[in-house]
Design a protein around this ligand. Structure first.
Ligand code: CTP
Ligand code: MG
Length: 230
């Protein structure tokens, strides 16, 4: 089987409150999207890459990646899962059912080569796939609906993980799972949730907790610091 990279980059970055979508903010004078794509594509032997862009995107032509022959683009949809589905469909003419697809958020520029390698080597003989994830470090409380909320209980965190990306699944299984989730109007915020809904058990591969998703303004400086450490 071959390896394909899908990068959903069609979000508008509402929580970031910036003047442009967060994947086009710069760290050390490079677009976050360029950092994400180059770090990912240069770390594993991908056969191709599909980036899902917003239909009104006007920044892509200014990226380094737009001139990279390994990279193709398609239009994303209104939710992340729609963007991933659009990218899977755009890849259809080029892929086989059991090829691997790695889906990685445009907004996770701190992806480390070792994590990508470990994900691939851990899963390449599996028939479904799995995801990078990091054990939960904080003590977790379940609250009630009072104002202010009060603690109902402390949740046992020993088997809880934070889902990260990349998430790596067989092409046809992922396509079917995302289509099934869409037909059933299931809210899926990652590929694993769609795979779970269709009856699969994705493998958790422990990844670095510093593979953060740039989400709120403070994350920009944090990502810059993390990148300066490798
Ligand atoms: N994404 C996408 N298509 C969408 C929504 C999100 O391709 N319709 C992408 C984003 O560009 C991002 C990744 O999915 O790389 C993770 O989503 P998130 O962090 O939620 O990004 P945004 O949706 O852009 O941010 P926000 O939720 O704050 O608006
Ligand atoms: Mg979002």
């Amino acid at each position: 089987p071959r390896f394909w990279l899908i990068v959903p980059a069609a979000g508008i970055g509402q929580r970031m409150q910036a003047e442009c979508p967060k994947q086009y903010l710069k760290i050390d004078r490079r677009f976050i999207l360029d950092i994400t794509l180059s770090r990912t594509l240069d770390s594993a032997p991908f056969d191709g890459c599909m980036v899902a862009l917003h239909p009104d995107d006007r920044w892509w032509p200014d990226t380094e990646a737009s001139g990279d022959s390994r990279v193709q683009t398609c239009h994303g949809g209104s939710a992340r899962a729609d963007s991933v589905l659009a990218a899977l469909r755009a890849l259809a003419p080029q892929v086989d059912a059991d090829d691997w697809v790695l889906v990685h958020d445009a907004a996770r520029p701190c992806i480390h080569r070792d994590d990508l390698t470990r994900l691939i080597t851990s899963l390449q003989n599996h028939d479904v796939g799995g995801l990078l994830a990091s054990p939960v470090a904080d003590t977790l409380k379940k609250g009630n609906n009072d104002t202010p909320p009060q603690v109902r209980e402390t949740v046992d965190r020993s088997s809880l993980w934070r889902a990260l990306t990349p998430q790596m699944f067989r092409y046809a299984k992922l396509l079917n799972a995302l289509e099934l989730a869409a037909e059933n109007a299931r809210p899926v915020t990652d590929e694993s949730s769609a795979m779970e809904f269709s009856g699969n058990m994705p493998v958790l591969v422990e990844g670095r907790p510093d593979n953060i998703k740039v989400t709120v303004p403070a994350d920009l400086a944090l990502a810059g610091f993390i990148l300066s450490q490798f």
